[in-house]
Design a binder for this molecule. Sequence first.
Ligand code: URA
Length: 261
Amino acid sequence: MSTIRPYHIGFSAADLEEGTTIALLSGDPGRSRHIAESKLVGARLLSDERGLDSYAATLSNGRPVVCATSGMGAPSASIVINELAQIGITTIIRIGTSGSIQRHVAIGSVVIAHAALCRHGAADDIAPPEYPAAADPFLTVALANAASEAGVAHHVGVTASVDTFFEGQERTATSANPHLLRRLQGSMDEYVNLGILNYEMEAGTLFKMGGVYGISTGCVLAIIAARHDAENPDLALKATAVDNAIDVAIRAAATWTRRDS
Ligand code: URA
């Protein structure tokens, strides 16, 4: 077993129970703690360096997992994903939050992204822009089945993964910057017409890294904003939406068996 402790995540394979291959990856360290301490058993803090809080914990069927934190945005996520792969993680399920673009994707539901329109600078350091940002199809099916079993309203489709929460998601009224670059003006309308379900900020890079590194990646996103109606997230409904996404990810992780290509 490798005892290399990668610089940023601050823990190594030697700190994990043998056979730990799945990471539940949240952007928010508080969500990682919530999953480990409230949804799983035997939570044990592995590291809290740089706010990238990580926990070892066990699913109800006894399978060990890591609850890791990516931080906000693709550059930070790419470092965490790389280091998780270095310590033997072969499946990463992102549990994120998101704003819906399509009217039928309601706050409280979840989006299970099978692919991303990837507008990430970080991903371009890993693969050419035209390299597909695609989730593991089998893991995506496992997530969709888990959502059906849990009775969670869900949509499977393409997400828009962008680098900025404000300009990149066409926010102006709630942003310090009321001016949008011409190339971004009208981008949300364009995405409606392209059938893209929602905005988020890390899945595209995760998916491309999955393809290049040969690891399984999937993504379940809690819809907390309805961007066709408002710019702000709905804080009253956020906790329910996030718990729905967590429930889906945990159920999928419990049944997941990776298929090597
Ligand atoms: N995360 C995003 O990237 N966008 C939203 O609107 C909400 C959460």
